[in-house]
Design a protein around this ligand. Sequence first.
Ligand code: HPA
Length: 232
Amino acid sequence: MSLHIQATPGQIAETVLIAGDPLRAKYVAEKILTDVICYNEVRGMLGFTGMYNGKRVSVQGTGMGIPSTAIYVHELIFGYGVKKIIRIGTCGGLQSDLDLGILILAEAVYTDSNTQMLYYDSMDYAPTADPELLRQAREVAEKNSVAFRQGKVFSTDIFYDETPNRWDPWIKRGVLAIEMETSILYSLAAKNNIKALSILTVSDNIITNESTSTKDREHISLQMMRLALEIA
Ligand code: HPA
């Protein structure tokens, strides 16, 4: 048991998919995995372990944002010996040609958060995906004709920001999308020598103002879930 996860030793697999929304974790467990157990209900942050094509895999909710994600990633690594974490999340597209539903493989990530600085003794670490996981994800996506883009994303601490044109400098530099968790996942993974990758579904587009409903998000996330499970 750790403070926020009530699993007993061995109940969590070495590979864990993490989702901000605990109901997305439940969706993966109920709709895709077999032989499922629920190992966590603390704070409603559901966690499940099950089987996918002969592989044992867990899926854990983390809540939104960097500090909450850091708590779960830390406990998965230190409390349960997890070796590989794949984030399945949503993001806001920052380029006008990103259709809703397209997948983003986050190869590197910028952030406006100070959390990572705290973990790295005030040094400016550049968080990147595990190159092997990234290559595998790209290959599986190409083989299955899944629409995706690989590139940089931005993890922000502020969802509601009223600064006009806040994202312009990042759009100009070709950043594909914003979300709120990947930078801390990659930083903690590197610091603790485990593998990590963020696979994101574009749920809204900041430039075109298109967005998906909560119900649609469940549905359009399915190919992201399957891709993550294929490389788990
Ligand atoms: N901003 C931050 N995080 C997000 C967004 C957004 O527009 N969409 C999905 N995650």
